[in-house]
Design a protein. Structure first.
Length: 287
């Protein structure tokens, strides 16, 4: 089991020193990865399920934030949970991701993408809310094509994106394929994860039967696409006070990575929570 930790700027704050201290302590504790969320813009009345998002919530740009974290750390992997893929042009996004990966020495390896659930956010970005899934599928294909392409350039002719003879350098650090995980709470997200993703990170208040069904959908979709379903990573959220028995139960469900978050907003208490979690699960920090 791998353990990551998230830092939500709306909850934990946007103080630069606080972000660095949180990331460094997570790294010292032995956490594998640090995740940050994304919203590009909010508006009064925006809701996710029954929860209304205050429009003043301070979401930092996730890639800029992770680049800042990378400069202050040595080992911890960088992740998004989730980056709203349809609202980014994939040619620009591929360049940004490769840049962070190069500058971090190969740590931009836990990109998790989702579709977004706020119609007003999509409208502000000029994206048709109804077609954002198909747009995301093309975006994944575009980024992988650009990362793998050589000096002769690559062509793409899709519904949303098109180019000819395009070259993009530098490549990600030591590879031509950055992992792309798919997040979401729907069966469509599970299928997307199986067909195109390197992992699945379901969210939302799903019951155990629906979660199991979605994992089966992801694995079946991978097999139908000629991909290895056993290579699909399965990430789930957990709590900072979870027990070994709870982790074992998730492992029995096929989970390979658990993401937790400090529940406190006070820095000393955050460090105590992270340290206690690391001690409970006997992390071995990479020196």
């Amino acid at each position: 089991m791998k353990f990551g930790i998230s830092y939500s700027t709306p909850f934990h704050g946007i103080d630069p020193d606080g972000i660095v201290a949180y990331a460094r302590h997570a790294e010292d504790c032995g956490f594998e990865s640090l995740y940050v969320p994304e919203h590009i813009a909010l508006y009064p009345g925006a809701t996710i399920g029954a929860f209304e998002l205050p429009p003043t919530l301070p979401y930092l740009d996730p890639l800029d934030c992770l680049s800042f974290v990378a400069a202050a750390t040595r080992r911890i992997l960088l992740g998004t949970g989730v980056l709203l893929l349809p609202y980014h042009h994939p040619v620009v996004l591929a360049k940004r991701l490769a840049t962070v990966d190069v500058l971090s020495g190969g740590r931009m390896r836990l990109l998790t993408v989702g579709l977004g659930s706020l119609p007003g956010e999509a409208r502000a970005m000029g994206v048709d809310f109804a077609t954002r899934g198909r747009r995301a599928d093309e975006a994944i294909d575009v980024m992988r094509l650009l990362w793998s392409g050589g000096q002769d350039g690559v062509d793409f002719d899709g519904r949303f994106f098109a180019f000819e003879g395009l070259c993009q350098f530098p490549k990600p650090h030591g590879t031509v394929r950055l992992p792309i995980h798919v997040g979401g709470s729907s069966r469509a997200a599970a299928r997307r994860a199986g067909r195109r993703g390197d992992g699945y990170f379901p969210g939302g208040a799903l019951g155990p039967d629906e979660r199991a069904l979605q994992l089966d959908i992801a694995r079946s979709a991978a097999a139908e696409a000629g991909r290895d379903p056993d290579a699909l990573e399965y990430t789930r959220s957990g709590s900072i006070d979870m027990t070994p028995d709870q982790v074992e139960a998730l492992a029995a469900q096929g989970v390979t990575r658990i993401i937790v978050s400090a529940g406190a907003t006070e820095p000393d208490r955050q460090r105590e929570e992270m340290s206690a979690f690391a001690q409970r699960f006997a992390f071995l920090p990479v020196l």
